[in-house]
Design a protein around this ligand. Structure first.
Ligand SMILES: C[S@@+](CC[C@H](N)C(=O)[O-])C[C@H]1O[C@@H](n2cnc3c(N)ncnc32)[C@H](O)[C@@H]1O
Length: 420
């Protein structure tokens, strides 16, 4: 089996994702591959269009492929994606995809791949899942909660998100970085935040000038806003309770140099990224492994500000993580909601009176957002939410919600809660 062929590599990546692996992790094997860009484009593209592509393929196959041939199934999707959604010439797309079957050690499948890809597409009415490229439970949930804008959200979810940089304010300004990048032939678009900047055409972060010098971090604006909304006081004791891999913790240290930050996360294996980033960006950060639903790691000293950037469905970030559409189920929402409630309830005891807790998620589902806060307020007499006034997103009952927009930022929820 050859790992060098980009179409075979994409098929293997998609197979791993359809068996439960995250796309990010499945792509790890190909980060240094000479055809990395094509493998990423094909893998992301197929997962973005998973629902229509697999519906089409299921209608083409006279009998389902065997489980052990899931890689062939995924390879045919890679072929169809190229014909339907890429600028690769049709003859090259078909021939190279047929050839890729050999690289999967599935020479027997060359004829099948060839004939399915050459069969003209029948025009049939697509299912709602195929039309919106999402599972029906999610489509229904978005339609129920956002009746006015559901179609726009669902369509935006299938577009490519901009690559946004958070400029390291201790080393550059957005204008000076834009100038440097322009001199290297990299066009940028000014951001909506003082320190943000988007690339006109995304590229691997470590190929952008200034990466090694720590001039920027790749971070969506909706994620950057979390720290803007948290706005800790000078020299505050701050807890980042779900900190890994450390993007917002480092942003906090960049923007508020004198705060006393404690950063914990239950998943210690994600901390090397944070520590490497800390070296690159020049701000010392130590991520501690701890379960924030427990108190055994806490020394009893109260915090002035607490950030809970909670684990969630990620339904505001489907453009960046299309595998979420394939993996998430309604049962996940229930499980995540229970974890979110536990985090809030436990961490509240660690907040000083007069202090602020910011609860954020990258979800657009009210079950993980307003409902969690409502439940918490119902059992916490000394908690009140503060309105977040802003020129982005919309106010909800207990916070503020941004929705994924074509060409814009991700979907995020923010709720600021003060302790009386
Ligand atoms: C949305 S991510 C946080 C991203 C992070 N704030 C950043 O900006 O890089 C949610 C994090 O919550 C962590 N987490 C989940 N359950 C937790 C718990 N009980 N205690 C602490 N961290 C937890 C996960 O490991 C994950 O890293």
């Amino acid at each position: 089996m050859s790992l060098d062929d980009p179409r075979a590599a994409a098929a293997r990546t998609i197979r791993a994702v359809s068996a439960g692996e995250s796309l990010e992790r499945a792509l790890d094997a190909y980060r240094d591959h000479s055809e990395r860009a094509l493998i990423f484009e094909l893998s992301y593209g197929v997962l973005r269009h998973w629902f229509s592509l697999s519906e089409w393929l299921d209608s083409q196959l006279r009998k389902p492929l065997r489980k052990k041939d899931l890689d062939v199934y995924c390879l045919i999707l890679v072929g169809r994606y190229q014909l339907q959604n890429s600028s690769i010439a049709n003859y090259a797309a078909v021939n190279l995809t047929v050839e890729a079957a050999r690289h999967l050690d599935k020479s027997w499948a060359c004829g099948l791949v060839n004939s399915v890809l050459r069969t003209p597409k029948k025009s049939v009415q697509p299912s709602i899942e195929a039309r919106f490229e999402a599972p029906s439970w999610l489509i229904q949930s978005i339609q129920r909660h956002y009746p006015e804008s559901a179609e726009k959200i669902l369509q935006a979810n299938n577009t490519r998100a901009p690559m946004t940089l958070r400029v390291n304010r201790n080393r550059q300004t957005a204008e000076s970085l834009a100038h440097v990048l322009r001199n290297h032939g990299i066009a940028t678009v000014p951001g909506n935040l003082a320190n943000s900047l988007s690339l006109a055409t995304p590229q691997a972060a470590n190929t952008i000038p200034g990466y090694n010098e720590g001039w920027f971090t790749v971070q969506d604006e909706a994620s950057q806003r979390v720290i803007e909304v948290l706005a800790p006081q000078p020299s505050a004791r701050v807890l980042d309770a779900c900190a890994a891999p450390g993007i917002k913790a480092l942003q906090l240290l960049e923007a508020h140099r004198d705060i006393d930050l404690t950063a914990v996360d239950i998943d210690a294996t994600r901390s090397p990224f944070g520590e490497n980033e800390s070296l690159r960006l020049g701000r010392p950060l130590k991520l501690h492994a701890a379960d924030a639903t427990q108190q055994d790691w806490w020394n009893g000293v109260l915090f002035d500000s607490i950030l809970i950037d909670a684990p969630c469905t990620g339904t505001g970030t489907l453009r960046r993580k299309p595998d979420i559409k394939v993996h998430r189920t309604p049962e996940d929402v229930v499980l995540l909601q229970s974890g979110q409630r536990h985090l809030l309830c436990n961490l509240w005891r660690m907040l000083a009176s007069g202090g602020t807790l910011l609860y954020s998620t990258c979800s657009i589902l009210p079950d993980e957002n307003d409902s969690v806060i409502q439940h918490f307020l119902g059992q916490t007499a000394d908690a009140v939410t503060e309105p977040i006034s802003a020129n982005w997103g919309h106010a909800t009952r207990f916070g503020r919600q941004s929705l994924p927009e074509e060409g814009g930022a991700d979907g995020f929820f923010y709720s600021r809660i003060t302790k009386l």
